[in-house]
Design a protein around this ligand. Structure first.
Ligand code: 1CP
Length: 353
């Protein structure tokens, strides 16, 4: 089967630090609860995991933000917790409380018993979604595949759900580091095969979400998060369909560690809003592209204040190649969809060469 040519490739070009006609933009969590059409699809599907497990529904919600806005990339609709779910941990969502696991893992015995899930078997529904979305996109924009970092997945698996302080995982890390390494090793292997399967099914770029790596000390970040993301990057398929498959590494709160993140061989770093784009570019801009970095809370402001902040960030990055505009973390359910439009259109308007 011959694939349609990519009509808009400025996202992939920017990740390769090539010239673009305007700065590409997408939003983390762009398909989600701030969109009324998403809430309707979720109701039709029955639950969040039903949306993920059904390729037609996953495709429908992936495309919803692209129907509304001139976004430059689509991101697979799924979740980072599909892997621990496929390991048999019993993922469920309590209304308004986020993800939970029926059987958290807290001992060496628990962790030894965890299987490495088959990317084409237990996780085959995700690959189905990737193929279905890629086909429906028909070359409109590139499709991003993703996974959580081993450290970030481990926080949910040990704590049993979301956490503020990661007390149980950190306690285990300082008392029995070898047990945590056993878990992270299994996760790195699972994530690598999962991401490679996404690439084979049509993902054209990959983002690794290390949402909670920033909660670690500098040495602990290297030992318990970065090391395992490095392993994943070393094992990923880097070229497919005759084109490079860029890898974006996003550690929220990782601004102090950019040099080491860039040394992993990734193609781009995702930045949160705590760092200046200019500073980040001077430190690592000859090695990797940069993605970011507007505070999602700016979208609560007025259209004028949103436009002003977009302009500031573009100026902060300056007239160089290698910028993908994004929020510094996911868009929240409370954002007015019209404000997301103002944001996306302002990026294109102010950056048009
Ligand atoms: O409808 C609902 O109530 C479910 C809300 C929801 C959604 C829309 C969850 C549960 N996951 C998702 C989709 C999702 N999750 C995507 C889809 C693609 C897109 O971006 O449009 C992606 C990339 C994720 C990734 C994800 N899930 C992360 C990493 C990114 C981040 O925000 O830091 C994390 C930490 C999760 C766990 C998770 N799943 C769902 C929620 C509400 C959470 C976060 C819980 C927490 O804050 O601890």
């Amino acid at each position: 089967m011959t694939l349609p040519v990519l009509k808009n490739d400025r996202f992939l070009r920017a990740l390769n630090r090539e010239s673009v006609d305007m700065t590409p933009v997408w939003m983390m969590r762009q398909a989600g609860r701030y969109l009324p059409e998403y809430r309707a699809s979720r109701k039709n599907a029955g639950s969040f995991m039903d949306l993920c497990r059904n390729a037609e529904f996953a495709c429908e919600v992936t495309l919803q933000p692209l129907e509304r806005y001139p976004l430059d990339a689509a991101i697979l609709f799924s979740d980072i917790l599909t892997i621990p779910d496929a390991m048999g941990m019993g993922l469920y969502f309590e209304a308004g409380e986020g993800p939970r696991f029926e059987r958290p893992v807290r001992t060496a015995k628990d962790i030894e018993a965890l299987p490495i899930p088959g990317a084409e078997d237990e996780l085959g529904y995700v690959m189905n979604a990737v193929s279905t979305i890629r086909k429906a996109l028909n070359g409109r924009v590139p499709l991003i595949g993703f996974a959580g970092s081993p450290w970030t997945l481990a926080t949910y698996m040990v704590e049993g759900g979301s956490s503020r302080d990661f007390r149980l995982l950190k306690e285990l890390m300082y008392k029995q580091p070898e047990v945590v390494h056993l878990l992270l090793d299994k996760l790195a292997e699972s994530v690598t095969s999962y991401l490679n399967a996404q690439i084979k099914h049509g993902a054209q770029a990959i983002q690794i979400f290390d949402s909670w790596g920033g909660a670690l000390s500098w040495p602990a970040y290297r030992e318990f998060s970065l090391q395992y993301m490095q392993k994943i990057i070393d094992g990923l398929i880097r070229e497919n369909e005759g084109r490079k498959v860029p890898v974006i590494l996003f550690t929220k709160g990782g601004g102090l560690w950019l040099e080491d993140m860039a040394a992993t061989g990734c193609d781009a770093l995702g930045l949160d809003w705590t760092i200046s784009m200019e500073n980040a570019r001077q430190r690592v801009g000859d090695k990797v592209a940069l993605q970011g970095n507007m505070d999602p809370a700016v979208l609560y402001g007025s259209p004028e204040s949103i436009r002003k902040e977009v302009k500031r960030i573009l100026d902060d990055f300056g007239p160089h190649n290698g910028h993908v505009f994004n929020l510094g973390h996911g868009i929240t359910p409370f954002v007015d969809p019209e404000h997301a439009r103002v944001f996306i259109e302002a990026v294109h308007e102010f950056s048009a060469r």
